[in-house]
Design a protein around this ligand. Structure first.
Ligand SMILES: [Fe+2]
Ligand SMILES: [Fe+2]
Length: 272
C-alpha cells in the first residue's frame, strides 16, 4: 500500500546528506535530492520521481549543485535512467546543471515553458547550434500539458505565469497529490539550519514575506493561480526553496498569500 512518509517526518529526523523518501508507492516513489550547503547562497530543493524505473528529476539546480544532486540520484537509480527533467522556470539556480546531465544522456527530455526553449541553450558551453547536440524539449504553453506515467498516474504541467517568471509552470503529481511549485511558497531563513518542514507558522511566514513581496509580480497573478488550481486535491506543496507545506498547511499558505500585497501591488501601492 502506498504511503507518504513526508507526513511523518520531523525536523529532528531529516538528514540532508541522504535522499529523503517523501512518497512510497509500489512503482512510484518521490525523494528529496536537494542540497543543504549552509552557505551564503540560496538553499535549493531538487526532487526525484521514480516511476516504473524511469527518473523524473525536478528542479536539477545550479552548475555547482550537479555533483551532490548526482550523487543522491545515483544512490537511488542509474543516472542513465533519468528520462526527464522539469524546470519550473529559467533561473540559474534551477537550470544551470542541465548540460552536465545531458552529457550522461543526450536523450533526456526537458520539460520547460515554451517561453524559455530559445534561452536554455545559453547555459551550454558547447556549440549546440547544430544537430549534434540538439536539446530535447517538451515545451509547455499556457494551456499546460499532461505526461502519462507508466504506473498509471499523470504529471500535470500547470501554467502559473508571473509567479515570478512570465513563463512559469507548476507540476502536479496525480498519484501523490504533491504540487511542485517552483518559487511559489519559497522561504528564506537567516540561520543556516536545514528547514525542510514547518515547525512554527509565524516564523515561517516571516521567512516567506520578503521574498514573496518582491518576487511575485502582482495579486492578480496570485488570484489567477489559485483559481486555476481549484478542484485539485493537493496533499503537499513542495517549493524549490525552503520548507514543504503538508496537508492543512497548503490551504493555510494560499490563504496567507491571498492577503499579502505582492509585487507591483506592493511596491507601487501609493499609485491609484
Ligand atoms: Fe526564480
Ligand atoms: Fe528559485
Amino acid at each position: 500500500m502506498a504511503t507518504s512518509p513526508l507526513f511523518d517526518l520531523t525536523s529532528a529526523n531529516v538528514n540532508p546528506d541522504q535522499p529523503i523518501l517523501l512518497y512510497d508507492g509500489d512503482d512510484h516513489k518521490i525523494y528529496w535530492v536537494g542540497v543543504h550547503s549552509a552557505g551564503e547562497e540560496i538553499e535549493c530543493n531538487s526532487y526525484l520521481i521514480v516511476d516504473g524505473g524511469a527518473g523524473y528529476l525536478l528542479e536539477p539546480g545550479g552548475f555547482d549543485r550537479f555533483g551532490p544532486v548526482f550523487k543522491k540520484v545515483c544512490y537511488l537509480i542509474s543516472p542513465s535512467a533519468v528520462s526527464h527533467m522539469y524546470f519550473s522556470h529559467q533561473d540559474p539556480d534551477i537550470c544551470a546543471s542541465f548540460p552536465s546531465w545531458i552529457k550522461w544522456n543526450e536523450n533526456i527530455q526537458m520539460i520547460v515553458s515554451s517561453l524559455w526553449t530559445r534561452f536554455m541553450p545559453h547555459y551550454e558551453s558547447r556549440d549546440i547550434s547544430g544537430e549534434r547536440y540538439r536539446l530535447n524539449f517538451i515545451p509547455v504553453g499556457d494551456e499546460g500539458a499532461t505526461l502519462p506515467l507508466k504506473s498509471g498516474g499523470r504529471l500535470e504541467c500547470i501554467s502559473a505565469p508571473y509567479l515570478h517568471s512570465p513563463g512559469n509552470i507548476l507540476l502536479f503529481d496525480t498519484t501523490s497529490g504533491f504540487l511542485f511549485s517552483g518559487d511559489i511558497g519559497a522561504s528564506m531563513f537567516k540561520d543556516r539550519a536545514f528547514h525542510l518542514l514547518i515547525d512554527n507558522w509565524d516564523s515561517h511566514t516571516d521567512a516567506m514575506r520578503g521574498f514573496h513581496q518582491r518576487y511575485m509580480s502582482c495579486n492578480r497573478a496570485v488570484a489567477g493561480m489559485i483559481n486555476t488550481l481549484r478542484g485539485r486535491q493537493i496533499t503537499a506543496l513542495l517549493p524549490q526553496h525552503g520548507a514543504i507545506f503538508r496537508q492543512a498547511e497548503v490551504a493555510r499558505y494560499f490563504a496567507w498569500l491571498s492577503h499579502l500585497p505582492v509585487g507591483a501591488d506592493y511596491l507601487y501601492r501609493d499609485i491609484p
